[in-house]
Design a protein. Structure first.
Ligand code: FEC
Length: 323
């Protein structure tokens, strides 16, 4: 079984921020002002742990799949090596930095992969996220002499395991509240430009996740807010989390719990946009803001990924599934 685990990607060093940003901007280098502003955001958080977390997710997902699959060990060769591996193999490809998705697809082809399942560490479908991951895989496959079969897990906004994992993270914060019934629970995801969100699919999926958690906990006051809108002149979907905090203060809330349901992993948008920027907004407004822990490579999230991959793999025609 071959899996391509995909995530956004992050620069490893300061000098990599400019080419990374250029890649995000589809090859248009950022102005010196925009670059300085992004460098400052990374500086403020120290660095983004996104790559380490993505690799940890891949290692654990591979182990979880191997534990779930029947073993058909190859007969011992004359001199077997000291390393063993199970039937599952997880590759990592990231959208905007090394290992790029195209590099991963190339490596898979060189390893003789004939079919693979792809999954993104982002649970909601949008034209600016999952659709772009799919496009990058398809472009890379098209460059291969003999492309392998590929199926993608499109979205998992209401996967019961995902809802449960988030619910448990919210519970941890609920216990810290002074007045749980009077608090506001905000569920956030990355904003996207309005022109890419016209069909409402992304907004509906994010709301479904939020509603699933709110229902499980019987939350009285909850809402969806958007974060991390890009530095472009076009309108992005809102309300932005900072605007929503302003309204929360005006509505008389004094405690707010924020859960970034669109981001399974810790990274720049969590550490800067929530832990720095939104925390500053909350402090200015006299609000107490608690953020739930991210899922990262915790076993409950890995269980969700494993379940989705196994289901997608099972959709390949049965007779050829052993390849
Ligand atoms: O930790 C890190 O270094 C990377 C954090 C990171 C994640 C992430 C996830 C998403 N983005 C999505 C959409 C857009 C659109 C644009 C855009 C721009 C940026 C920039 C940085 C950045 N994003 Fe991101 N995003 C992360 C980081 N993103 C840095 C460039 C500076 C800025 O604008 O803030 C606008 C592109 C353009 O200019 O044309 C659109 C979506 C997600 C969630 C799904 C996913 O994870 O793939 C949607 C993590």
């Amino acid at each position: 079984m071959n899996v391509l685990l995909m995530a956004y990607g992050t620069p490893y060093r300061r000098e990599e921020i400019e080419p990374y940003y250029t890649d995000i901007r589809r090859g248009r280098p950022p102005s010196p002002e925009l670059l300085a502003e992004l460098e400052e955001r990374y500086h403020q958080i120290g660095r983004s742990p996104l790559s380490e977390i993505t690799f940890a997710q891949a290692i654990r997902l591979e182990a979880a799949l191997n534990a779930a699959l029947p073993l058909f060990p190859e007969p011992l060769r004359a001199s077997p090596g000291p390393r063993v591996r199970g039937p599952a193999r997880v590759y990592v490809g990231t959208k905007h930095w090394h290992p790029f998705i195209a590099e991963a697809v190339q490596a898979m082809a060189e390893d003789g992969v004939e079919r693979a399942v792809g999954i993104v560490a982002a649970p909601h479908f949008s034209n600016r996220s999952i659709a772009e991951y799919r496009q990058k895989v398809e472009e890379a496959l098209a460059k291969l002499g003999r492309p392998f079969e590929f199926r993608l897990v499109e979205a998992y906004p209401d996967h019961p395991g995902y809802i449960e994992a988030l619910t448990n993270r919210v519970l941890e914060q609920l216990w810290r509240l002074r007045e749980p019934r009077a608090a506001l629970f905000l569920f956030t995801a990355h904003s996207i430009p309005e022109k890419s969100a016209g069909d409402g699919v992304y907004q509906a999926q994010v709301r479904a996740t939020a509603e699933g958690v709110a229902r499980r906990l019987g939350l009285l006051h909850w809402d969806v807010a958007w974060q991390s809108a890009g530095r472009t002149p076009e309108p992005w979907i809102g309300p932005d989390v900072n605007e929503r905090l302003e309204r929360a203060a005006a509505q008389g809330f004094s405690e707010v719990v924020v859960t970034a349901v669109g981001f399974p992993s810790d990274h720049l948008e969590v550490f800067y946009d929530l832990d720095y920027e939104a925390q500053n907004t909350a402090a200015r407004l006299g609000l107490r803001l608690l953020r739930t822990r991210s899922l990262n490579a915790d076993p409950d999230y890995i269980g969700v990924l494993r379940d989705l991959v196994l289901r997608e793999w099972a959709s390949f025609p049965v007779l050829e599934r052993s390849r």
